[in-house]
Write a new protein. Structure first.
Length: 201
């Protein structure tokens, strides 16, 4: 569906479909989806993808490794990593018990890299799992100070941007999604937007 929306130049919708799909694919397939996402973003925000040589030499590899880390972050199984992390600390505590300070440092050093890596992975994963995001699927999303179209405008988001969804509210007694509003945040900009303009991932 993402490819079909991309072909129809509905780039916001294509980003939404690919973001929803990436959690169901393996590591290598997820990298391909991230490449597709970059192509959609390039159509919407060409200023972020300059074609000069310095960008290709520096920012190209940087974006690749960023996507690689993100794909690794959302694909690794959380429970085994947590158990391995606790096992490392247990083994470390056993080996260091009763050792002189000099020997403790020698024992601790080989464990520093894997423990630091696991802390980064677990911390990043908890941050991702603890937040909900959406995608602007309309050409633009008007942000208002409250969950009604009568509230004053506080800003706007562009198609394809991915704000954090803080909460949602629906008018009492209404079954229509037209009366569903999301409170979103992107950088320093916070406001309410209609579900017709933003869809949750």
């Amino acid at each position: 569906m993402g490819s079909a929306a991309f072909g129809a130049k509905e780039y916001g919708q294509s980003i939404l479909y690919w973001r929803k799909a990436e959690h169901f694919f393996n590591f290598s397939e997820r990298l391909k989806i991230l490449s597709n996402l970059a192509q959609a973003k390039k159509q919407l925000f060409p200023q972020d993808f300059p074609e000069n040589l310095s960008h290709k030499l520096f920012f190209g590899p940087l974006i690749y490794f960023k996507n690689l880390f993100y794909s690794l972050l959302i694909s690794f199984p959380l429970l085994p990593v947590q158990l391995f992390f606790l096992l490392c600390w247990l083994v470390l505590a056993i080996f260091m018990q009763g050792k002189p300070r000099g020997e403790q440092k020698k024992i601790l050093f080989p464990f520093l890299v894997p423990i630091t890596l696991m802390i980064i992975l677990l911390g990043g994963r908890f941050v991702l799992d603890g937040k909900n995001y959406g995608v602007v699927v309309a050409k633009s999303a008007t942000l208002r100070s409250g969950p009604e179209k009568d509230y004053p405008t506080v800003g706007a988001l562009k198609e394809g941007q991915e704000p954090q969804i803080l909460t949602q509210i629906k008018k009492t007694g209404s079954q229509s999604d037209e009366n569903l509003f999301y409170k979103v945040k992107l950088s320093r900009l916070t406001g309410w937007a209609s579900s017709k303009e933003i869809s949750p991932i």
